[in-house]
Design a protein around this ligand. Structure first.
Ligand code: R5P
Length: 284
């Protein structure tokens, strides 16, 4: 049985269409701004789905309140499915005195939830901060299905070596080549960015990554690909955390931009709902 938090309302219809059984939950605010949560159903196991996009802190707190309410009703096993996990990029201390924010959020969720599922978390190693079982759900199938036909005999590229696994997963499903961009210093003041060991001339290219924020990474990568004579350029990203104007800027620079629906945006055209509903049936 699923409980849909405020950060997954946009996924609810599709989840129902795919046969998900959903427990009703009342979510509202007290006049002073505090959250009110009430879960209606009963049972022994529940999977709470909620993405933690803006307002992140509120959605994280809501996950804790739903967890508390479910425990109060006697649910024994609780899973949290957090398609977009806020604070996932704050995974190390940069300046002394800072927290490892992703760890703090994982530990807090661990107070209520036995299992955690996150779609394409920024740094999969951070899942080890969650005290129970924690799984990274790959969006590769969804991205490959969406772009496969358009890409044809093209290739998949990651904007940096760190994202190579993402490119590999999509490329292997499509049976095409993959690689990543690398930065090479060509003079004390110039850094060149190029795809490694692949010839993009005349080929369609799909660039994949976990997050688009300002869009700077994708715009830079696509302008290099244009100079190198690539064919059509597609961008398929998991989480559209778009800064103001980023959708327009990236859309202008490439032939098509599409992100998954872990965050609802005007270009969230790739659905990860089958992956979420599939988590339930995989356990039955
Ligand atoms: C960085 O480590 C991430 O994987 C993304 O490449 C980054 O967040 C993209 O940011 P932007 O869209 O601002 O270039």
């Amino acid at each position: 049985m699923f409980v849909i938090g405020s950060g997954a309302k946009h996924l609810e219809d599709e989840m129902r269409q795919l046969g998900a059984e959903i427990i009703e939950v009342e979510l509202r605010k007290f006049p002073d701004g505090e959250k009110y949560v009430r879960v209606m159903g009963s049972g022994s196991e529940a999977t709470v789905v909620s993405s933690t996009f803006y307002p992140q802190d509120e959605r994280i707190l809501e996950l804790l309140l739903i967890g508390d309410a479910l425990r109060e009703r006697g649910f024994e096993k609780l899973r949290a499915v957090v398609p977009y996990f806020a604070y996932s990029r704050q995974d190390r201390v940069v300046k002394e005195g800072e927290p490892v924010s992703v760890r703090a959020v994982m530990r807090a969720l661990g107070l209520y939830y036995d299992e955690l599922y996150v779609v394409d978390i920024h740094n999969p190693r951070t899942l080890s901060y969650f005290p129970g079982k924690a799984i990274n759900v790959s969006p590769a199938r969804a991205i490959a299905e969406y772009f496969g036909e358009k890409l044809g005999e093209g290739l998949v590229l990651a904007p940096d070596k760190g994202a190579l696994g993402r490119a590999k997963a999509v490329a292997e499903l499509l049976g095409v080549e993959y690689s990543h961009f690398e930065k090479r210093r060509i003079s004390p003041t110039e850094v060149e960015m190029r795809p490694v060991e692949v010839d993009v001339r005349g080929k369609n290219v799909l660039i994949v990554d976990d997050i688009i924020s300002t869009g700077g990474t994708m715009i830079k990568a696509s302008s290099i690909l244009r100079k190198l004579g690539a064919g059509r350029i597609f961008v398929g990203v998991t989480h559209g955390v778009f800064a103001e104007g980023a959708i327009e800027r990236v859309s202008k620079a490439v032939d098509e931009l599409a992100v998954t629906n872990t965050i609802p945006t005007p270009v969230s055209r790739i659905s990860i709902v089958p992956e979420i509903v599939g988590l339930q049936s995989a356990r039955e």
